[in-house]
Design a protein around this ligand. Structure first.
Ligand SMILES: [Zn+2]
Length: 543
């Protein structure tokens, strides 16, 4: 999930994504207790009844191994976890467990415990006293590997050590659990992947195991495990952090999605825009599946939670086999219940509030992903990618496009009778509720900008009206018109590739009005959580 490849969950702005881990705007005057309560506690569960006994056994072993990834991550991100467990103040301890250290990750690593040790930009990947010059002078190519740490020897000199050697005690235990899981599983793809991943953990060579993961199409279980993301290395952006996601596939939703993706060419042809902006043919090869997560270990469990995975990061694997996108449904539900719904209750007309539901939300988020495949990749009449032509403006327009074309796709599929358990009104009402959540986090980031531009377009064109108490009522006929007009506007903006025009528009329109700001302040004042934390593991699952 490198920055550019993380799935984007612009819809309802569930997390930063299509990009960075979210950095919330946290009120510095909050007590640590209030900060803990900004993370709603949720149990991570799902229906396991369709799994065989051996699958359940494998699942338990994966959870045990993911817990070890969590232990290794503590060593990387902080050091001795026992120091944190010894904290007397229960709120400080809890918040340190959420943040994997005594620093608030959503407030630029501000320490929240007196006398906390200094947060180093390279955390424990490098010696605390190492200078950049010293690193540059170190003559060992392995220093640049994403799977090595730099240490200082007794002679005072720097040396490089591979992850396996550094974390051997922990990794050997995890490997033993994974070997057992590989010996039990009846799924060939999973077995092959686990075996190759074990080799990778020992050798720091992940290519073969990533390739095996790409081939693992029919397993009900999945295990994203190992050192993966490099966000924590703020010194050189080299070193990767350990994590472990334990996942169970949602076979029904996964099947539905593969069916919807087949409609992309037809939907492209019918886009509500001039023919020259829809000449490209969208691919129908897309590895997008739906999962429930049963365990977040290590890096992925620190502070803000990811609700989608797009891996692998290795571009060689991407070139050979593409990448896999995993939508994490129960984690989305947790955020919907804890955050989106409470926000909707603050701002929506009570009659229309009844239309806001998780099924619509999940569809909005998921079709956003699919809709990135619609529209236009190259500027009309040229081979210049839109991404390049629009430069720093591109992300906001692309996210806005995916949002609105996601809504368009759902409407079309509802009209075709392909989606039966949803109405357009539910999807629109849920989308509007989600706009507030996303805008709440500011307009500096692409999704925030995308959402505020959309909000302003919809409001200006009468898709909703606000009364003097700050309650919004949607005019669905006008909202449906807005979906078409906003889609056309964005497709033209991308297709024209005119950077100056894009800048001019977003400068004038990615702006939160005073009235809207009052509504956002109201939302913030009632203590709605900003994220979730999980109760998870064998006990929660009864395994
Ligand atoms: Zn996106």
């Amino acid at each position: 999930m490198k920055k550019i490849t993380v799935l984007c969950l612009a819809v309802a702005g569930l997390l930063a994504s299509c990009g960075t881990k979210q950095k919330e705007v946290t009120d510095m005057t909050m007590t640590v207790e209030q900060k803990v309560k900004q993370y709603a506690e949720v149990e991570l569960k799902t229906d396991l009844s369709f799994l065989s006994d051996s699958e359940k056994e494998v699942l338990g072993l994966m959870i045990d191994a993911a817990q070890i990834m969590d232990d290794i991550y503590w060593l990387q991100a902080y050091g001795d976890k026992n120091e944190i467990l010894a904290i007397e103040d229960p709120w400080q301890k809890e918040f340190a467990l959420i943040n994997y250290g005594p620093w608030d990750r959503m407030a630029d690593w501000k320490p929240f415990i007196e006398n906390a040790k200094v947060k180093l930009p390279g955390v424990n990947f490098y010696p605390a006293d190492m200078t950049k010059e010293e690193f540059d002078a170190l003559e060992d190519e392995a220093k640049n590997s994403q799977y090595t740490v730099i240490r200082r020897g007794d002679d005072g000199k720097l040396f490089v050590r591979g992850y396996y050697e550094e974390y051997k005690e922990h990794l050997d235990k995890a490997i033993a659990l994974m070997e057992k899981a590989a010996s039990i599983t009846e799924n060939k793809g999973l077995k092959n992947y686990l075996e190759k991943r074990i080799v990778a953990l020992k050798t720091n060579e992940y290519f073969e195991s990533d390739m095996a993961w790409m081939d693992m199409k029919d397993s009900n279980l999945d295990f994203v495990v190992g050192p993966i993301e490099n966000y924590d290395d703020e010194l050189f952006g080299l070193k990767t952090s350990f994590e472990g996601f334990v996942l169970v596939k949602d076979p029904e939703w996964s099947k539905k999605l593969s069916k919807f993706i087949k409609y992309l060419p037809e939907l492209q042809r019918n886009l509500p825009v001039d023919a020259k902006y829809k000449q490209e043919k969208p691919g129908t090869e897309s590895d997008l599946n739906v999962y429930d997560v049963l365990y977040y270990g290590g890096d992925c469990n620190a502070a803000g939670k990811t609700i989608a995975i797009n891996l692998p990061n290795d571009e060689k694997v991407q070139l050979a086999k593409g990448s896999r996108r995993l939508q994490l449904k129960n984690a989305m539900q947790a955020k919907f219940d804890a955050i989106v719904m409470p926000i909707a209750k603050q701002v929506m007309n009570p009659e229309q509030l009844k239309l806001v539901n998780f099924n619509a939300f999940f569809s909005d988020v998921t079709f956003h992903e699919v809709a990135h495949g619609l529209g236009i990749k190259n500027v009309v009449g040229s081979t210049t990618p839109v991404r390049k032509a629009l430069g720093s403006e591109y992300s906001a327009y692309e996210e806005a496009k995916a949002d609105v074309l996601g809504l368009y796709m759902i409407s079309e599929l509802i009209k075709k009778g392909e989606v039966k358990d949803l109405t357009e009104e539910q999807c629109i009402a849920t989308y509007v509720a989600g706009l507030f959540r996303s805008i709440r986090f500011g307009v500096t980031e692409a999704h925030g900008r995308a959402n505020i531009m959309c909000f302003n377009w919809f409001e200006k064109n009468g898709a909703f009206n606000r009364d003097d108490k700050g309650i919004y009522t949607i005019d669905f006929d006008k909202a449906k018109e807005c979906i078409k007009s906003w889609a056309a506007f964005l497709l033209e903006m991308e297709g024209n590739g005119d950077m100056a025009a894009a800048q001019k528009y977003s400068k004038a329109n990615a702006v939160v009005s005073e009235v809207l700001q009052q509504d956002l302040d109201k939302i913030n004042s009632v203590g709605i959580p900003v994220d979730v934390r999980f109760k998870q593991g064998r006990e929660v699952l009864g395994l």
